[in-house]
Design a protein around this ligand. Sequence first.
Ligand SMILES: C[S@@+](CC[C@H](N)C(=O)[O-])C[C@H]1O[C@@H](n2cnc3c(N)ncnc32)[C@H](O)[C@@H]1O
Length: 262
Amino acid sequence: MSSDKTETTKTAANAADGSTTHFGFKTVAESEKASMVRGVFNSVADRYDVMNDFMSAGVHRLWKDSLINSLNPRANMRLLDVAGGTGDIAFRFLDASEGGEVTVCDINAEMLRVGKHRAEEQGYAGRAEFVCGDAQKLPFEDCSMDAYTIAFGIRNVTRIHEALAEAYRVLKPGGRFLCLEFSPVVVPILQKAYDSYSFNVIPKMGGIITKDEDSYQYLVESIRRFPVPDKFAAMISDAGFSRVGYRTMSAGVVALHTGVRI
Ligand SMILES: C[S@@+](CC[C@H](N)C(=O)[O-])C[C@H]1O[C@@H](n2cnc3c(N)ncnc32)[C@H](O)[C@@H]1O
């Protein structure tokens, strides 16, 4: 675990203005969460992609393919992939959209460094830009994007409603919003096995593969703290989006949320 993460692990009592939020199962000052999340991804950036394949047995690739299928990218589309990290969504989009361009925006420079390196290695560099920025205050103009995607990122954002408002702001009228996020398993018989795998196996696996067990403990805890799909869909509607809906995949492990800015 990186030192900037441990140093910022303070309790609600330290919150200067009294506003608190959660960081996994811990209660922390709102003002501290972003740097704690940054610590998580600084620490795991170089092994992040390998760990995704191990812990999901490669299934995260299918979830990401589903997001791109649902987006059905058209030619020359401009996509903003927020919390885009190492570029998994961006590169799938570029494969599917003739002449499309993507901006990957992430709060973490280390994740972007890995993404940029992949883009150069795989020949995507001319059509992909990597921008360091916060989902809650996007450094992009109003009505400038054809689509906004965020995969496994919004759970880490301190004020989700602000990120949704920003998504709405930067989309052009008619622009699509798509979000992949974890959700509770809906098949009761699988719940116990999923919980056991999440809490007993994933952090240990993270310890071996990334040398950071704590970051993967945060991952499994943060999944449990994220609003259930109906509640999150209501938040997307509250941000102004129309035609809001979602569908779950893999027995509910993941939900793909969609909406349109009219
Ligand atoms: C689990 S990773 C997902 C990366 C990528 N989208 C994927 O699916 O592989 C979460 C990402 O969210 C980023 N992130 C967390 N909080 C953020 C914020 N407030 N604004 C932008 N990015 C953020 C992290 O730096 C990290 O790269």
